[in-house]
Design a protein around this ligand. Structure first.
Ligand SMILES: [Zn+2]
Ligand SMILES: [Zn+2]
Length: 318
């Protein structure tokens, strides 16, 4: 019995309140700060960096004092790889794709609006309403790309990197092959930008996606109860990282659960929580260093064969 469980026995109401409140309070405060910052015309980059800095500090603290699985806090030689993912798939690729989208879409947008005779995006609605609309549209495309990535073998080669870690902690939020990130960002930001969403909408959408993603993968014991029907939070997303395909091929929503509800892919056992065993158990030779993961979609067969050799060598040894 570890100290966390002992503490939970001693202070169950406090621990339960923390499990339920930490995400909604932090998430609500982050969005409120984003809305305030936009109204006060704070520099967008500073606003995003400030919000994410505070959220990261909180997550780092609570992963230590209130973990889901204590063993997930032990580094497994994965932090360096994940920091490279943070730089490339977390920062560089999204910014580059967004900049390309803005340039590419500007012409198409005025053409579309001219053909239809009115702007496509309801810019006069409140920022909160525009955020809801941006979420519905962007997450519809992210849902289907994510779902196809689990069912189309060639796309799975791109997405497997995200499912490769043997533990879950906040940095897994950015562990993506850059091509996976590029397509996903093109679909989600491209769709709302093409419809004419303003930069303010994209900023609050970015705050939602970033803060939600960090909590979705964090190693904090979160229990959201009915809020799980709105967010696609850690409790459900941990099932998505299960090595068992019947459990993992569900809960595809990256930020909201709505499209999983509508398309029938919610997996939420009420009698148990996800086990600490996560990862690609059928691919024991999947590379754990960055360059290997970068090359993995293009040398897939070789990685599978290496895994089969490892399996048969283990079976042959006494
Ligand atoms: Zn996935
Ligand atoms: Zn994930």
């Amino acid at each position: 019995m570890d100290s966390v469980q002992t503490n939970e026995r001693r202070h169950p109401p406090l621990r339960d309140a923390l499990s339920f409140l930490l995400f909604p309070l932090t998430f609500g405060a982050s969005l409120a700060t984003a809305f305030w910052g936009i109204a006060a015309e704070v520099h967008r980059g500073l606003l995003l960096a400030g919000i994410l800095g505070v959220v990261l500090l909180l997550i780092t603290i609570f992963e230590r004092v209130h973990p889901e699985h204590a063993e997930w806090n032990q580094a497994r030689g994965d932090v360096g790889t994940d920091l490279v993912h943070l730089g490339i798939s977390g920062l560089l690729v999204p910014r580059a794709v967004e900049a390309a989208i803005v340039v590419a879409v500007a012409g198409a947008l005025s053409l579309l609006a001219g053909l239809i005779g009115s702007p496509l995006w309801p810019s006069s609605a409140s920022l909160a309403m525009q955020l809801v609309l941006a979420l519905l549209v962007s997450q519809f495309f992210e849902y289907w790309f994510h779902r196809l990535a689990h069912t189309v073998p060639l796309l799975w080669r791109l997405h497997a990197t995200h499912h490769s870690p043997g533990r879950l902690y906040w940095l897994n939020a950015v562990r993506f092959h850059p091509l996976d990130t590029a397509v996903s960002v093109t679909l989600s930001f491209g769709s709302v930008t093409l419809l004419g969403a303003s930069e303010e909408v994209l900023v609050v959408l970015s705050v939602w996606i970033a803060v939600h993603g960090l909590f979705q993968h964090c190693n904090i014991r979160l229990r959201l109860g009915p809020l799980n029907w709105i967010f696609s939070m850690a409790e459900l997303h941990r099932w998505h990282h299960s090595p068992r395909l019947d459990e993992a091929n569900n809960n595809f929503g990256n930020n909201i659960l709505l499209w999983d509800i509508i398309f029938g892919t919610v997996y939420w056992p009420r009698d148990r929580t996800a086990d600490s065993a996560v990862g690609l158990h059928d691919m024991p030779s999947f590379p754990q260093h960055y360059l290997g993961q970068l090359a993995s979609p293009f040398r897939w067969k070789a990685i599978e064969e290496e895994g089969q050799r490892t399996d048969s060598a283990e079976e042959a040894s006494p």
